[in-house]
Each structure stands twice: as C-alpha cells, then as structure tokens.
Design a protein. Sequence first.
Length: 175
Amino acid sequence: MANLLNNPDKLKKARDELDKEVGQDRLVDEPDLPKPTSPLLDPDMASEDCVIGGYDVPKGTILLANAFTLHIDPTLWEDPDTFIPERFETEGGSLAHKFIAFGIGKKIMSWNKFGQPCSGIGVGSMIQCYDWKRVTDEKLDMTEGEGITMPMVVPIEAMCRPRPLLSKVLAQAEQ
C-alpha cells in the first residue's frame, strides 16, 4: 500500500483495472485475482549435509530463506529498488524462478493457495472501496524497521475517501 501511495499513477491503474474487471457492484473476490508476505520463508531443515552460498551446512540445520533479498536482487531484476508492478505481468511466461512470495518446495501449495489470494483481496478491497492519497506531497518513508515482518520505521499515514461501492457493501452486510 505504501508503494501504491508513493506511486499514484500505479494506484490509479490498479483502481481502473479493478473497476473494469470487477466493477462497483461487488467486492473483488478470489476468482477475480490472477492465478499466476513476510520476507522470510517458512523455516526448513537441511535433510543432508550440503553447501549453500559457499557455507557448509550440516544435516539437521534449520534454514531461513529471505525471499525479500531475492526479490531485490539486481542479477534477477532490472531496477529492483523501483516499484514496477508491471514486471509481474507475463503473457504465458512464468516468473516462478524469480518470484517466491510464499515459499518453494512442498510448502508452496498451502501458502500460494491462501497467502496470495488473501493479500490480493485485502489490497484490492482497499483500492475498490476508497480513494487513497498521501497526507502530504512528500513520499512515504520506506525505511525498513527491525523484525521479521519488516515493519516500516515510520508507519503509513494516508487519507481515504469512501467510493460508492462501500455504501453498497455496508448495506448488504446489514441485511
């Protein structure tokens, strides 16, 4: 959301796409999402002695993979520090070798089936129901704080104005 607030053109594009594909009569839902985030993947354990990144890793070692570092790796992504959501739009291609938001291996299915839809529905609903903008013209500070969930040092502060869909959703909820 912070990236969208810092890039109003991307926020408008997302809102326009939601309005076109879903409309203003209902909330975005899982079937509406493309079927193609904590930075750390679920802990795993080395099943045998191995070498990772030049380090000897004995069998039984608990491993934590930082997906965030892969997603900003300049050897994988052009201009990795810039918010470019269009980079994930592929026509028949796959980004599986670059993008592992919810894990890899045998744990990927449960997180992909749960995490990605929940994230998409959450952000999509926020965009559908409200017009958003920053409180000031100054961009939000994206400096990362401490902790495994990568909180922002300065929390997001934004203004929102309800869009017509919100009244419809609230009226339906009361019935």
